[in-house]
Ligand binder design. Structure first.
Ligand code: SF4
Length: 497
């Protein structure tokens, strides 16, 4: 086996179907020590299917874009492979020049980092699996150049990990040229910064994506100090290309579609005010292709608040309550403090006043409840300058949302290299106020209170058999008992251990 010239892959926490329930992907942030590997693989992150040649039948959307860009740039199909992590023996050989790894959180610095600090049970699954991949015996034997890209590649800058290149930014424009340079033996810097491509130049995928993710556009103009999309200008893809990607997925047997951008309601507009007709056309045309469900990856609460009728119309087009039980979207609440909003996210509430933020959030939750939308909300804890009083205001806001089904994800602030707060020191257990623990406990309580409804919602998209569902229900009950112990302590303002 000579190997493919360019192998694109990732570890099993990224190359998983998650049984069709993306929520299971959060298990990748749990400590490795709390669940045996076979159970983690069987229940939380089952690998995507593999073809007989060792290629992965599903891949993350970003990896598909890089694959398409390489093929469009003139590399031959026989030179490029999206490889299944269990079958690298069919991909990596003496002729392999480059192994490109896509990762969202290779060292576990972003998602639910507080779990590691809170429970104190060692490194998370995603870090452990990533390190195992870059130290894979075939990589050690054949010594291809290791390039790590994707949303989490910044985590590797300055870290002592055996990778040759860290690729920051977008891959479609520059990555093919970087591959040519590496293959030609030219000097290539350790940290590479890929430039942004125009929306119309984001290529159509050559294979289906995990979770049916289809990219609609990139970038966000709201400029929050801690967020990497602020570095990107807002761009959208032409409708035909979006529909082509949906078709690629559906033809491969995917039934669910997730339209991905930083705010789907900005589709086809400069971003402040939606072009309602274009947004509705997007959903209408996607729906016409016949997916079982349609979701969106991200929405801006300010945009929803200003355009409540548009959300209702989109619900109607998608058939929420008729063709699918609910529709989900990741939203950023981030804080209940208008002072912190003003300091770090001055355009988050625009065109409304930051002072109205708690009311904007509450109104949107009311609308989500009426329209059967399931919000997955992020909260950022420990932004520079945050005081106990700010955290109390976030607690008050979260408490006021307790009857609405959804997920609350409290995230310790991590400075991302490419953001305005890039050089700041991140937030950890040692800096936490009692109010931070109270807030984490409250979020945990919120999630446990709604866990049955959440599970019912996610079951609509899940492909797991009855055995896996039964085991997950069992884990759910155990988690309930264990987490209740932690949350009681945290709600008293004490650290969990
Ligand atoms: S609104 Fe969201 S995507 Fe946009 S900059 Fe702020 S956190 Fe980032």
């Amino acid at each position: 086996m000579q190997g493919k010239k360019i192998v694109l892959t990732s570890d099993p926490t990224m190359m998983s179907s998650y049984h069709g329930g993306a929520i299971l992907g959060f298990a990748a942030t749990l400590p490795k020590s709390i669940m045996p590997d076979f159970a983690f693989r069987l229940l939380c992150c089952p690998p995507v299917a593999a073809a007989s040649d060792g290629s992965a039948l599903l891949a993350p959307c970003g990896m598909r874009k890089v694959e398409a860009a390489l093929l469009e740039a003139g590399f031959d199909r026989s030179e490029v492979m999206v490889a299944h992590p269990d079958h690298l023996d069919k991909a990596i050989g003496p002729e392999t020049e480059i192994v490109g790894i896509t990762h969202d959180d290779p060292l576990g610095k972003i998602a639910l980092r507080e779990i590691e600090e809170m429970i104190g049970r060692g490194e998370p699954q995603n870090r452990s699996k990533f390190l195992a991949l870059i130290n894979h015996p075939l990589i050690k034997e054949h010594m291809p150049r290791l390039v790590v890209g994707g949303m989490g590649a910044w985590e590797l800058v300055g870290e002592d990990v055996p990778v040759d290149h860290i690729y920051l930014g977008e891959g479609e424009g520059d990555f093919p040229g970087i591959c040519r340079s590496i293959i030609n033996g030219d000097e290539v810097p350790k940290v590479i910064r890929g430039t942004a491509v125009a929306g119309g130049d984001i290529p159509v995928n050559r294979g289906p994506t995990i979770a049916g993710i289809v990219e609609v556009g990139r970038g966000c103009w709201r400029g929050c100090s801690f967020c990497s999309p602020t570095m990107q200008t807002l761009r959208h893809r032409p409708l035909e290309r979006i529909l082509d990607d949906v078709t690629v997925n559906l033809k491969a047997g995917q039934r669910d579609v997730v339209l991905h951008s930083n705010d789907v309601f900005t589709y086809g507009s400069p971003g402040v005010k939606p072009d309602g007709e274009k947004v509705k056309k997007l959903f209408r045309e996607v729906k016409r292709l016949g997916p079982r469900t349609v979701d969106v990856s991200h929405l801006s609460l300010a945009m929803v608040h200003q355009n409540q009728d548009l959300l209702r119309e989109v619900s109607n087009i998608v058939g929420v309550g008729r063709d699918q039980r609910y529709m989900s979207a990741w939203i950023g609440i981030e804080t209940g403090s208008c002072r912190i909003l003003q300091m770090h996210m001055p355009r988050k509430a625009f065109p409304e006043d930051p002072e109205n933020w708690p009311e904007i959030v509450r109104d949107c939750y009311r609308l989500f409840g009426e329209e059967s939308w399931l919000p997955v909300a992020s909260l950022v804890l420990g932004l520079p300058g945050e005081t106990a009083e700010d955290v109390l205001q976030t607690i008050e806001l979260v408490e006021s949302l307790k009857d609405y089904t959804g997920l609350m994800m409290p995230l310790f602030f991590s400075p991302i290299a490419e953001t305005r707060l890039g050089s700041t020191i991140g937030f950890g257990k040692d800096q936490a106020f009692p109010e931070h623990w109270e807030l984490v406990g409250l979020c945990l309580e919120h999630n446990l209170r709604h866990r049955k409804a959440l599970y019912r919602f996610y079951s609509e998209r899940m492909t797991a058999g009855p055995g896996v569902h039964a085991a997950l229900s069992g884990i759910n009950l155990i988690a309930d008992v264990v987490l209740n112990k932690y949350l009681k302590r945290m709600k008293r303002g004490e650290p969990p251990n």
